[in-house]
Every structure is written in structure tokens, then in C-alpha cells.
Design a protein around this ligand. Structure first.
Ligand SMILES: Nc1ncnc2c1ncn2[C@@H]1O[C@H](COP(=O)(O)OP(=O)(O)O)[C@@H](O)[C@H]1O
Ligand SMILES: [Mg+2]
Length: 257
């Protein structure tokens, strides 16, 4: 296995007249092709900023992002747009267009793909089938459950056949059963397509279920990184200890009286 998504020394500071917030303080990360890699951290740790810097929705101040050997941070605007199609993204709040049907939401991401209308329709059908939503093709987001909305989000994110999927808290707004079904879908797609996934979450069970390796993020830094099994057995940093303690307490075999 070779490293596919590589982040080196990534820094990002937000500056306004009132304040300066240093959000990423030198992130190093290396994910293998086809790997699902987890990043956990409390709210405000900088997880979403990391994701947004990887696809350059935010411009990092320093450092680099390489995907399949391509230095994303060095790309000019036109090249970046092409490269961005190779990076899919899914979100906690799904970010679908409410005024568009499932089909139209997926079609939107194929807008500048250079495909013919016929090719687009074929791809849309293929994606709807992949996420088991063929029968919801003409449904609007308002007519779909949370899990179905996220499936549309996944179909849209994968329509351009990306190499990498950035998942930013994609199951955090879903109930446990739906979370499990969305994770099973991502696992199935990961196997089928060899998709590399960066799984950002604050839910430890999500990481345990899907990832072999993980990192723990604390105030803009990765303070711990390694095998999920090692970190679960022997958490070192305070954040990892805190996460594991809560995880274990919820799973203790005592009942409330
Ligand atoms: N555009 C922005 N301008 C100023 N501060 C921001 C901006 N985006 C995020 N931040 C700050 O960066 C920190 C990390 O945010 P975020 O990356 O969303 O963390 P997480 O996803 O881990 O909850 C927070 O303190 C947040 O207020
Ligand atoms: Mg976030």
C-alpha cells in the first residue's frame, strides 16, 4: 500500500480586525490508497477547517496537500476545479439543494464534467442504484428521511468518480440505526471502488466500526495517531482518554436505578 492523501505541515489562521485565531498548527497526515482513516476531536478542534483546507475551500497559509502525487496546494484555479471533482465531500447537514430533486442534486455535480446529457443520465442512474435510491429519483429533499438525504449526498459526492471522499461528521445528525446503514454503505463503496476516505467525526463508535487507523485532534494539532485498537486499549493524550472514558461508561453493564 502506498500513501495517497498526504498532508504536510498544514497551517491555517483566521484573521479579522478584532481577532486572530490559529486553527491549524501544523497538521501531518498520511492515508493509504483505499484506507478509511478516522480523525476525532472535540467541537472547535479544527476538523472542518482541515477538511476545507484539503480541498482548498479554505486556502491554507502554509504546508501542502498531495493527492495521488498531485500537489493540490500548488494548483492554479482552473486546474483546481478539475482536481476538486476528484475529491468528494459529505456533510453533517447534507447540504442538498432543497429546490432540486435527488436526480437534479446529483446532476448539479456533473455540470462541468464535459459529459454528454446521455452520459450524465446514465451516471445519475448508476449513482442512485449504488445508494439504493432509484425509486426516489424525483423526490425533493423535503420528502426524504435523514438517511435518504445523506444517501443522495453520497451519490452526489461520488458522481464524478472521486479518488478521495472527505466525510465531515456525515452521520452526526442521524439516528443510530441510520448511522449504521450509512456506514455500511460507505464500507461497501470503499471495498467496491477502492475509495480512500477521511472520516471526520466526534463519534468514537464510527471510527471503531470503519477505520483501522486514526488520529486525535486537539486545538489544531494531531496529539495522537495510530491503530484504532491501540488507542482504544491505551489512550495517551487527554482528549483520547476523555473520549474512551465516555465510550466505556456508556457501555458499562450497570443500569440506572
Ligand atoms: N471562517 C472562519 N473565521 C474565523 N474563525 C473560524 C472560521 N472557521 C472556523 N473558525 C474557528 O476555527 C475553530 C475550529 O473550527 P472548526 O474547524 O469548524 O472545528 P471543528 O470542525 O473541529 O468543530 C473554531 O474556533 C472556529 O470558531
Ligand atoms: Mg466541524
Amino acid at each position: 500500500m502506498s500513501d495517497f492523501l498526504v498532508v504536510k505541515n498544514l497551517h491555517k489562521t483566521f484573521r479579522s480586525r478584532k481577532q486572530t485565531v490559529e486553527v491549524l498548527k501544523g497538521i501531518d497526515l498520511s492515508i493509504e490508497k483505499g484506507e478509511i482513516f478516522g480523525v476525532v476531536g472535540y467541537s472547535g478542534a479544527g476538523k472542518s477547517t482541515l477538511v476545507r483546507c484539503i480541498n482548498r475551500l479554505e486556502e491554507p497559509d502554509e504546508g501542502s496537500v498531495l493527492i495521488g502525487g498531485v500537489d493540490v496546494t500548488a494548483l492554479k484555479k482552473s486546474e483546481l476545479n478539475r482536481q476538486r471533482r476528484k475529491i468528494g465531500m459529505i456533510f453533517q447537514q447534507f447540504n442538498l439543494f432543497d429546490s432540486m430533486t435527488a436526480r437534479q442534486n446529483i446532476a448539479y455535480s456533473l455540470k462541468n464534467s464535459g459529459m454528454t446529457e446521455k452520459e450524465k443520465e446514465e451516471r445519475i442512474s448508476e449513482m442512485l442504484e449504488l445508494v439504493s435510491l432509484t425509486d426516489k429519483r424525483d423526490a425533493y429533499p423535503g420528502e426524504l428521511s435523514g438517511g435518504q438525504k445523506q444517501r443522495v449526498g453520497i451519490a452526489r459526492a461520488l458522481a464524478n468518480r472521486p479518488d478521495v471522499l472527505l466525510s465531515d461528521e456525515a452521520t452526526s445528525a442521524l439516528d443510530p440505526q441510520t448511522t449504521l446503514s450509512v456506514l455500511d454503505l460507505l464500507l461497501q463503496i470503499n471495498k467496491k471502488l477502492g475509495l480512500t476516505i477521511l472520516m471526520i467525526t466526534h463519534e468514537l463508535e464510527v471510527v471503531k466500526y470503519t477505520c483501522r487507523r486514526m488520529a486525535v485532534m486537539e486545538q489544531g494539532r494531531f496529539v495522537e495517531q495510530g491503530l484504532v485498537s491501540d488507542i482504544f486499549r491505551n489512550p495517551v493524550c487527554d482528549t483520547a482518554k476523555g473520549f474512551i472514558e465516555v465510550y466505556n461508561r456508556f457501555r458499562s453493564d450497570t443500569f440506572s436505578e
